[in-house]
Design a binder for this molecule. Structure first.
Ligand code: PMP
Length: 497
């Protein structure tokens, strides 16, 4: 073990050793049950007398921070809460550059969605705030078997960086899956990424610079808004209705704002659940082409359709190089795999591959191989079918529960797929008013303002994830939400909207 001892210091060597361990224990970096090095070993490592170390350990023990077990060693005890050093507290002031950062407000803010998911002190909270499917449906056993089989089959190769643009058989498999959805791309035009969040990031890094204008649907995916803010982009919104982005409002904006990119979620839009109609898809593509604006199509849950007719992906209408398409295995399979992909043709492809290489070298070779196996043997397709059946029932259950438990003035337009239901509250209500009451009742949702580029828009809306909870929890959750809405409506009038 290395401890930096200052032999010129006024503090004695034993005090320095004592202070080092005390700090570690109270800051949590040495958690309870950690075994300290033996006195003999530490004395040898530090070049000090063994008694020096024994004295330091003795003081720690006297303070109740460690206990020695005869014949076993010295172990960290759980420190009393009053002594704990807050994680964020330095010994002195933060260095000037850190204080400047804080003062300039240049640090990315907290995640709205994680904040919304906090459920207060209710003993049995029901969460509808997350952005993923139900982890109870993750095919953990099947995936474990696939990982083992891949390691047996590929050995070391499965743990190398692998090809920069992704594992070739996985790219071929993705191209095959896309072909079944009417999207014709060659494996050479697919780039495997660390989830579609990285796909969005790479496109921003390559195509945009601070101050550039990006067009988005309003509302839109909060994680994309956070990313665009991080890149200091000017975010311009195009409103969404029951048929997706209101493309008829687009031309004027294209003329006046000269955007560098248009980001869209045409299928089961996050957060509204709507799908862009086919005529609007064609119109959007024609306009983007006329005004020379690349489209970034985020198809994050395209495969989770429960009813209705599939519309053509923008990418499938693209004669080549106009649409940068991204999708992910996060929602249809598991988010922790961190595997998604981009599909695009033209010189931009090579640019994206090289940006990815510079940013993180490669996406996990092992997971890429495992997913390829999983898809190829048909397990993925079977999992998807099962998942769609379960989520369809949950969506239907939530619609019924909403009608049963929520006031009639709450508006909802059930989606044909995906994960989310978008609710509009009665006119006198805002989510600001509703949220603390809902948390008190033991139910969480994502407030609408998280999905708008500029607050206080969206206060009238909330997003519910209908896929996350089993039917009984959906029923009980909507009962609690209904109660919270009635309580909020009984409060004095809210003029904040
Ligand atoms: N796009 C949308 C619309 C999303 O909702 C999310 C995650 N919630 C992502 C992209 C990113 O997902 P991932 O990086 O896990 O693929």
């Amino acid at each position: 073990m290395r401890i930096l001892l200052d032999r010129q210091s006024d503090a004695s060597l034993y005090q320095q050793i004592y202070t080092h361990f005390r700090q570690g224990i109270l800051s949590g970096s040495l958690p309870p049950d950690t075994r300290l090095p033996s006195t003999r070993q530490l004395a040898r490592d530090l070049g000090v007398n063994r008694i020096t170390v024994e004295t330091a350990y003795g003081d720690l023990e006297a303070e109740g921070l460690v206990a020695s077990k005869i014949g076993s060693g010295t172990y960290v005890l759980p420190p009393s809460p009053q002594l704990l050093i807050p994680v964020d507290e330095p010994d002195g002031p933060w260095p000037l550059w850190q204080r400047d950062l804080q003062a300039q407000g240049d640090l990315p803010g907290k995640n709205h969605l994680e904040e919304a998911a906090k459920s207060g002190s209710h003993p049995n909270p029901i969460a509808f705030a997350g952005g993923i499917g139900d982890p109870r449906l993750f095919p953990v056993d099947d995936y474990r078997k696939v990982i083992q089989a891949v390691l047996r089959r590929d050995g070391m190769a499965a743990l190398e960086y692998g090809e920069r643009n992704g594992y070739a058989p996985l790219r071929a498999t993705i191209a095959h899956v896309l072909a079944s959805q009417g999207i014709t791309v060659r494996p050479e035009n697919i780039l495997v990424t660390a989830g579609s969040q990285q796909a969005l990031t790479l496109v921003c890094q390559l195509l945009l610079k601070p101050g550039d204008t990006i067009l988005v649907e309003t509302p839109t995916y909060a994680g994309a808004l956070d990313l665009f803010r991080l890149f200091h982009l000017k975010i311009v919104g195009i409103p969404v209705d029951g048929h997706g982005m209101q493309v008829e409002k687009l031309e004027k904006i294209l003329q006046h704002q000269h955007p560098k990119l248009l980001y869209t979620i045409p299928n089961f839009h996050n957060p509204t659940g709507t799908c862009l109609s086919t005529p609007r898809r064609r119109q959007l593509l024609a306009l983007a082409d006329r005004y020379n604006v690349p489209i970034l199509e985020d198809d994050f849950v395209g495969d989770l359709r429960y009813d209705g007719r599939t519309q053509p992906a923008l990418k499938s209408l693209d004669p080549g190089g106009r649409v940068i398409y991204t999708s992910t295995f996060s929602k249809m399979l598991m988010p922790g795999l961190r595997v998604g992909f981009l599909a695009v043709e033209g010189p931009v492809y090579e640019g994206l591959v090289n940006t990815k290489r510079i940013v993180d070298l490669a996406t996990s070779s092992l997971h890429q191989r495992a997913i390829e196996s999983y898809v190829t043997v048909g397990s993925y397709q079977a999992h998807l079918r099962r998942t769609c059946q379960v989520y369809r029932r949950r969506r239907d259950g939530m619609v019924l529960a909403i009608h049963r438990h929520l006031p009639g003035e709450v508006q909802v337009d059930p989606p044909q797929g995906g994960l989310f239901m978008w609710l509009r509250l009665p006119d006198s209500l805002s989510t600001q008013k509703l949220q603390p009451l809902a948390v008190e009742e033991g139910v969480t949702f994502t407030p609408g303002h998280s999905f708008f580029p500029y607050s206080p828009d969206g206060e009238a809306y909330l997003r519910l994830n209908f896929a996350m909870q089993p039917p009984e929890a959906i029923e009980e959750g909507m009962r609690r939400l209904g109660k919270a809405i009635r309580k909020a409506a009984a409060l004095p009038q809210d003029h904040s909207r």
